[in-house]
Ligand binder design. Structure first.
Ligand code: DP6
Length: 326
């Protein structure tokens, strides 16, 4: 059977950076995210006796050998759980630049997992799907449930899963993803995380995280935007401090990133409730509430050195659709 899934990218409010188990992709801490309506991956999969070996194709771009191997490993996990030995044809398409943040692997593995199990005819619960998606790329587990999502770190594979804290309709938060460089990032998240323990700042970050996670949960529950924005910015800067003090250092920002951070801070000083967060790349997510959409649209247009802006709302998680890519 053929199946197609669409999965959103997600932006982490509380970041995942570092694993307690590399093979199982068990994270060092719980993380929290929002699914993004404007940045998503569509994937069609068909397991068939007429395919002799897995065929993996990215529309509007190219996968590296390493990326293809990662997709095939994902297909192997699906085949093993379903007890099926057929090869697959996979066609996938991103609505946004691959590798510009960590977003493409999150939406990519969420879509692959959901489409893969549907195509192979095995039904999994949402929780089980998040566990399998996590094994492909950690943050992918957060792209399966709806809206605002928490990923429990867990001490073994089945205990490390994601679930929805609130549906996307509960709060109209906007995320303008300002793309300053759409090229592939130099250090992959997987490679960058391998040396996280070399950062002298890691222990401090891990000690601060449980309280920060609680503050983020409370801000989402109370719809307190200044509380949410402050904790999101604090965690972003804290994660980048760890990244930048690792050996070798992971410096994902560039001059354009810094300029946008400065602009967001000055807009806030002048009274607009707006905050930034940044994943493993130079692009900046600018967060604000829908009521400030008009003023923010004007402000964002004043930014220079911008390739493109992707406007997002909170959205549902991965879902199956009828329009196939082949
Ligand atoms: C900085 O999920 O891409 O975006 O599990 O190694 O594939 P792997 O890492 P990945 O890491 C995402 C890191 C981040 C923060 C976050 O999204 O939580």
């Amino acid at each position: 059977m053929k199946a197609t899934a669409i999965a959103p990218a997600n932006i982490a409010f509380i970041k995942y950076w570092g694993k307690s188990n590399n093979e199982l992709r068990l994270p060092l801490n719980d993380s929290i995210s929002m699914n993004l309506s404007g940045a998503y991956t569509t994937t069609t999969i068909e397991f068939s006796p007429t395919v002799s070996r897995d065929e993996v194709k990215l529309l509007d771009g190219e996968f590296s050998e390493k990326e293809i191997a990662r997709v095939v490993a994902g297909l192997d996990r699906i085949r093993a759980l379903a007890g099926v030995h057929l090869s697959a044809r996979v066609v996938t398409q991103n609505s946004f630049p691959k590798g510009a943040g960590s977003a493409a692997s999150a939406s990519g593995f969420a879509a692959l997992t959901m489409a893969g199990f549907a195509a192979i005819g095995k039904t999994l619960s949402e929780k089980e799907l998040t566990v399998v998606a996590r094994l492909g790329s950690g943050s992918a587990c957060r792209s399966i449930p709806d809206g605002f999502v928490l990923w429990k770190s867990g001490d073994m594979s089945d205990h490390s899963y994601a679930y929805s804290l609130h549906p996307s309709s509960c709060w109209d938060i906007r995320d303008a993803l300002v793309i300053v460089d759409s090229r592939m990032k130099k250090i992959s998240t997987t490679d960058g995380m391998e040396s996280v323990v070399t950062s002298p700042h890691l222990a401090k970050r891990l000690a601060a995280l449980p309280q920060r996670v609680d503050r983020c949960i409370a801000a989402l529950r109370d719809k307190n935007f200044s509380m949410l924005g402050s904790v999101v910015e604090e965690d972003c800067l804290d994660m980048h401090k760890v990244m930048q003090t690792q050996s070798p250092p992971c410096v994902y920002w560039n001059a354009a990133t810094q300029k946008i951070m400065d602009a967001v801070i000055s807009w806030r000083m002048s009274g607009l409730p707006v905050y930034f967060t940044i994943d493993a790349g130079p692009n900046v997510h600018v967060l604000y509430e829908a009521i400030h959409e008009k003023e923010m649209a004007k402000k964002l247009l004043t930014l220079t050195d911008v390739e493109k802006i992707i406007y997002n709302k909170a959205t549902d998680g991965a879902k199956l659709v009828d329009q196939h890519l082949f």
